[in-house]
Design a protein around this ligand. Structure first.
Ligand code: SF4
Length: 729
């Protein structure tokens, strides 16, 4: 008898007979990877691959992108519009006309009875840009409520606010190519290998070719921190203290770029005065980083030929989110690191098209970075759309995080949720549940009818998934790319673009404003609105065909532009979008206003993402291989803390805050310090049952990552039962 390898059957990979490859862009994170989806000769989806010629991903995809084609046929997809029956206990299937007529009438009834702003709309960062533009037309131009926002308030609002305060406009100034030019790279609260794996791969490749210091600021030993040259395990919420202290060192050792500061900035004296209050020997006690390391990092950054900073939710999701962003911008401005290769301040965006909503949805203003507060902007858009400018409010209404408290107080009576799932994503879920139950009318529009929030809706609109539609995304580095409709919409689902167009027909202004039938025609409108020598967000030179040819083009890309890939960087001339043309140096003092650990609640609770899942798992929770690797809500706990509490590996525990409790499985790991736990935020009825979500005063973004909890033991069978019940949706 023969034993060993010779007797084993070789592993075979099932042959996938692809007849056609179709071009599209990934609809999860903001990296913007280009995907080719393979169809067989019967037009059935069989596989997908990264596009080898796309500059962003160069043939690579992460696990989510690789399996994204499975979404077309995934479980839980909505097939038909649904309306509650007359007892409001069961859904019944209805036709589109009935569902849209009923919804339009309910919106009008609520607005007539309680006022225009009593009906709110909250969308997402995951529609296509033409859909955002059309939704903006519908909400700002036809429905006329001022309480309109996107769930991007939960992820990118602080970046937007910080950019506007520093540079006079939103718009990340750098690009991935900067990794190949930088001499010092600093990441604040950003775990690229898990959050943006392909951006991480670009960074790693650049670092391998031309070594430069990688400095990671994060309270956890994240995967990125494990690869860092210097890891700064900062006390949660104290990034501004660290940055002020770094600038203190830079100013006192005269390492700043005087020439750049004099020519291109304003506010230097006040910034220097405030930073003087943060000498490293004092700051170390607040931010938890020893004084010598603060000095070393400050010198490294300031002396580098080109230095760049990136950040993600570790900065944005904080009561100091907007200040944190402004302060990262300060650091780059005083060292002359804006608008040059390898020298930039680059927010790494969360959702695939959070940039598209910032640019075109009219949530926080009017299309193309225009302001509701500026009369000329209101007039220009009103003229273009053909309506009275008085129809527009003169300042922005409520953000998403203010809309829910306004439901509690009775100010908001009706709500339309588009591709967002607050029953998992919002902090302090017990309050969100009560708020949704209090609404007189709730419409949920989503690809999945089993999305948790749909339990509370009166009407459900089934939307098509991303590549059953056509339109664009803008990624983190301002690159506009194309999503092609690889398949027709499933069953009776419809593209969001179609749903908004149909709704517009039911409103008076919908007869005056043109709502094109094709996304490409909406794109042409956006191009016209983007033209102008003073407009930074200029896409007038783009066409769908050119975008596909170039595998994405970065704005600004003006009509007649010769640079076929668009402009990689903003502010290369040192002229900013402020009135004076100078960037604002914004002095940021520090007020410790977080909920912090106490004797009753001795642990920091931190939350974030894992590589296999996206947001509230509406999609990745349905993909076998994503779910298989990360099926269960868990918490990371330091083994010393676990020993003290008698918690073994894989045991269930109850995490309790002043708001509620979460039941999770313990994973003992040194990735978290002794006084912190970490829980992924993707799971329904989990970490956001305990989070507090104090708001940043500028951006209204919640501080998801800073609250205090205690750990209690729980009977293992009871825990399993609770988990089953809470995961039932
Ligand atoms: Fe999609 Fe982001 Fe993964 Fe690229 S890195 S495949 S864009 S999820």
């Amino acid at each position: 008898m023969i034993f060993g390898r010779k007797q084993r059957k070789p592993i075979t990979i099932p042959s996938k007979s692809v007849d056609t490859w179709k071009y599209t862009t990934c609809n999860y994170c903001s990296t913007g990877c280009v995907i080719e989806i393979g169809l067989d000769k019967d037009n059935k989806i069989v596989t997908s691959r990264g596009h080898a010629d796309a500059d962003v991903n160069r043939g690579k995809l992460c696990i989510k992108g690789l399996l994204e084609h499975e979404l077309f046929q995934s479980a839980g997809r909505g097939t038909d519009p649904l309306m509650r029956n007359k007892h409001y206990d069961e859904f019944e299937t209805v036709g589109w006309d009935k569902a849209i007529d009923h919804t339009a009438q309910k919106i009008k009834d609520i607005q007539n009875k309680y006022g225009k702003d009593s009906f709110a709309v909250v969308s997402t960062g995951q529609l296509l840009t033409e859909e955002f533009y059309t939704l903006g037309k519908l909400v700002r131009g036809c429905i006329g409520t001022n309480n309109y926002d996107g769930n991007t308030t939960l992820c990118m609002a602080s970046a937007v606010s910080g950019y506007k305060r520093s540079f006079g406009s939103d718009g990340p100034p750098g690009c991935y190519e900067d990794f190949s030019h930088t001499d010092c790279f600093m990441a604040f609260g950003s775990n690229l290998p898990e959050q943006h794996p392909i951006i991480y791969w670009r960074l790693k490749e650049a670092k391998e070719k031309r070594d430069f210091p990688l400095i990671v600021v994060d309270p956890r030993v994240t995967m990125l921190a494990q690869f860092a040259d210097i890891h700064l395990p900062i006390t949660p919420g104290t990034d501004c203290v660290l940055i002020n202290s770094m600038m203190h060192v830079i100013f006192s050792e005269e390492l700043e770029d005087r020439d750049y500061i004099d020519k291109h900035t304003q506010g230097y004296d006040e910034l220097k005065r405030v930073c003087a209050k943060f000498p490293p020997e004092i700051a170390q006690h607040e931010c938890g980083i020893d004084e010598d390391t603060i000095r070393q990092v400050a010198r490294l950054y300031a002396k580098a030929g080109a230095a760049m900073s990136i950040w993600t939710m570790g900065i944005n999701q904080s009561t100091h989110g907007s200040d944190g962003v402004a302060n990262i911008n300060n650091l780059n401005l005083v060292t002359g690191n804006i608008g040059k290769p390898g020298g930039t301040s680059l927010s790494i965006t969360g959702q695939c098209n959070a940039m598209g909503t910032r640019e075109w949805s009219s949530c926080s203003g009017l299309p193309g970075y225009r302001y509701l507060e500026k009369e000329a902007d209101r007039q220009e858009i009103a003229d273009y759309w053909g309506i009275d400018p008085e129809f527009f409010p003169k300042k922005r209404g409520m953000a998403q995080t203010d809309i829910f408290p306004a439901i509690e107080t009775g100010e908001i009576k009706g709500l339309w949720l588009v591709a967002t799932n607050p029953m998992t994503s919002m902090p302090n879920l017990p309050r969100i549940r009560k708020a949704l139950q209090k609404l007189e009318f709730l419409v949920v529009q989503d690809c999945y009818s089993d999305v948790e929030t749909n339990q509370y809706s009166h009407v459900y609109f089934p939307a098509s998934v991303w590549a059953e539609k056509e339109g664009c995304h803008t990624n983190t580095e301002r690159r506009v790319n194309l999503i092609c409709n690889v398949l027709e919409p499933m069953a009776n689902s419809k593209p969001d673009f179609w749903i908004f167009n149909e709704m517009a027909k039911r409103f008076d202004n919908g007869q005056k404003i043109k709502f094109p039938d094709k996304p490409e025609d909406a794109f042409e409108e956006m191009k016209e609105l983007s033209k102008g020598k003073d407009r930074m967000l200029d896409i007038s030179g783009m066409t769908y065909q050119k975008i596909k040819q170039q595998k994405g083009i970065q704005w600004p890309y003006r009509e007649g532009s010769e640079n076929e890939q668009g402009e990689p960087r903003l502010y290369t001339d040192g002229i900013f979008q402020t009135e004076s043309g100078r960037a604002n140096l914004i002095a940021v003092d520090f007020v410790d206003n977080n909920e912090t650990p106490s004797s009753d609640y001795p642990f920091w609770c931190n939350s974030g993402r894992v590589v296999e899942h996206f947001h509230t798992r509406t999609r990745t929770g349905k993909i076998g291989n994503c779910n298989k690797f990360s099926p269960t809500p868990y918490m990371e706990i330091n083994p010393d803390a676990a020993d003290e509490l008698g918690i073994g590996q894989s045991e269930y525990v109850r995490v309790v805050s002043k708001r509620g409790d979460a039941v999770v499985m313990a994973q003992r790991t040194h990735r978290v310090p002794r006084n912190m736990i970490f829980i992924p935020f993707h799971y329904h009825d989990c970490v956001n049952r305990v989070t507090l979500g104090l708001l940043d005063p500028y951006s209204r973004q919640p501080a998801f990552k800073q609250c205090a909890v205690r750990i209690e033991s729980i009977d293992q069978q009871e825990a399993a039962q609770i988990n089953l019940e809470r995961r039932a949706f």
